[in-house]
Design a protein around this ligand. Structure first.
Ligand code: UDP
Ligand code: MG
Length: 341
């Protein structure tokens, strides 16, 4: 073996030894007061766990001192990688940026506002290591107002569980542990981060749930209001559609089209019989209008199904698009790169 080959092998070994086991993804939007506390607490827990780790802090266009604080922390700690978005792209985009860059075997997501307790990570990880692909935190004693936050959340969780077949008490909890390949294989859009366990279910993942602590927000303000309820409902329809029919839209739209067209045609045949055989006038009958409408709607739906099929092909073939734009990045470049020296 040449010296060069030995050197390359050594390099591989060093890289392997440096490769993190855990990647913690933290979305951050105007959380200047929380960041120092979060960093201290998180590193304390992770160091205690003893696995090699990286923290991916995604600054989602903060307008306060969040990035300055992260830059100072990252200067002293190579395990803290910071990504700074050009503007506020939303929590889902922040998660997506973290997932793209994560090098660990397990990806852990946690909020920056200290409402989640980093102290819960070891238990969630142990649960995942015992044979699950996703372990979702469940804020059993959630410290948020009942009417505006907890009640809508209870209803939403029931609805999402029912519609997607993935039964969780707390989709909204950010503290979750994922096997890396689960999140690497998911494309996130809009505000779909809440649905990751459901979206991942098409990969055939094993999902578990574990109770976690939850604290009231100490610093800063929540970034969401009651308006999120209706958005979650609309997203649920999207996810339900993506889960069952995104690869075969013709079956949904075409199905409706066929049904509507068939009823319309039957009515038209009946009306033709009335007009031609019984010689009764049909022009003033509402039924005639309905029959024509049903046939037209049927044709429209069939057309939509065909368009859907075309779009599906474009969607699956023209990937490699990103839903965020990065301004700068510290301690690491590109996607899935090892942290640089
Ligand atoms: N967040 C973000 N981008 C946004 C909104 C929120 O990165 O556009 C982050 C925020 O900094 C926090 C987490 O997402 O770390 C959860 O947000 P928040 O605490 O406001 O949500 P809540 O706990 O009220 O549901
Ligand atoms: Mg919060």
């Amino acid at each position: 073996m040449t010296t060069c080959a030995v050197a390359v092998e050594m390099q591989d070994l060093v890289a392997e030894a440096r490769k993190p086991y855990l990647s913690v993804v933290v979305p951050i939007y105007n959380e200047e007061e929380s960041i120092p506390h979060l960093y201290t607490r998180l590193t304390e827990v992770l160091n205690h766990l003893g696995h090699p780790y990286e923290i991916l802090a995604i600054d989602d266009g903060s307008r306060d001192r969040s990035f300055a604080l992260l830059r100072d922390l990252a200067a002293a700690d190579k395990r803290l990688r910071v990504v700074r978005f050009r503007r506020n792209f939303g929590q889902t985009a922040a998660f997506a940026a973290g997932f793209d860059r994560a090098c660990g075997e397990w990806v852990i997501t946690i909020d920056a506002d200290l409402q989640n307790d980093p102290g819960d990570i070891p238990a969630l990880l142990a649960r995942a290591e015992s044979g699950f692909d996703v372990v979702s935190g469940w804020r059993a004693r959630r410290q948020d107002p009942f009417l505006s936050r907890r009640l809508p959340s209870i209803i939403a969780n029931r609805l999402i569980s029912w519609a997607t077949g993935v039964h969780l008490h707390d989709y909204g909890c950010s503290l979750k542990v994922y096997r890396a390949e689960v999140v690497k294989n998911i494309d996130l859009y809009g505000e779909l981060h809440r649905f990751i366990p459901a979206i991942a279910s098409w990969q055939g993942v094993a999902v578990a749930e574990a109770p976690v602590n939850h604290a009231a927000r100490k610093y800063g303000r929540s970034k969401y209001g009651i308006g999120r309820t209706s958005r979650v409902l609309l997203d649920l329809i999207t996810v339900r559609f993506l889960l069952s029919y995104s690869t075969r839209p013709m079956q949904v739209f075409g199905g409706i089209g066929l049904l509507s067209g068939a009823i319309g045609t039957a009515l038209l045949v009946y009306l033709a019989y009335v007009r031609l055989i019984l010689s009764q006038p049909i022009a003033d009958r509402p039924l005639a209008l309905l029959a024509v409408l049903l046939v037209l709607v049927g044709v429209q739906f069939l057309g939509m199904g065909l368009l859907g099929e075309l779009i599906t092909r474009v969607y699956y073939e023209g990937r490699n698009r990103s839903i965020y734009v990065v301004r700068e990045e510290l301690n690491g470049t590109g996607t899935s790169a090892l942290p640089t020296e």
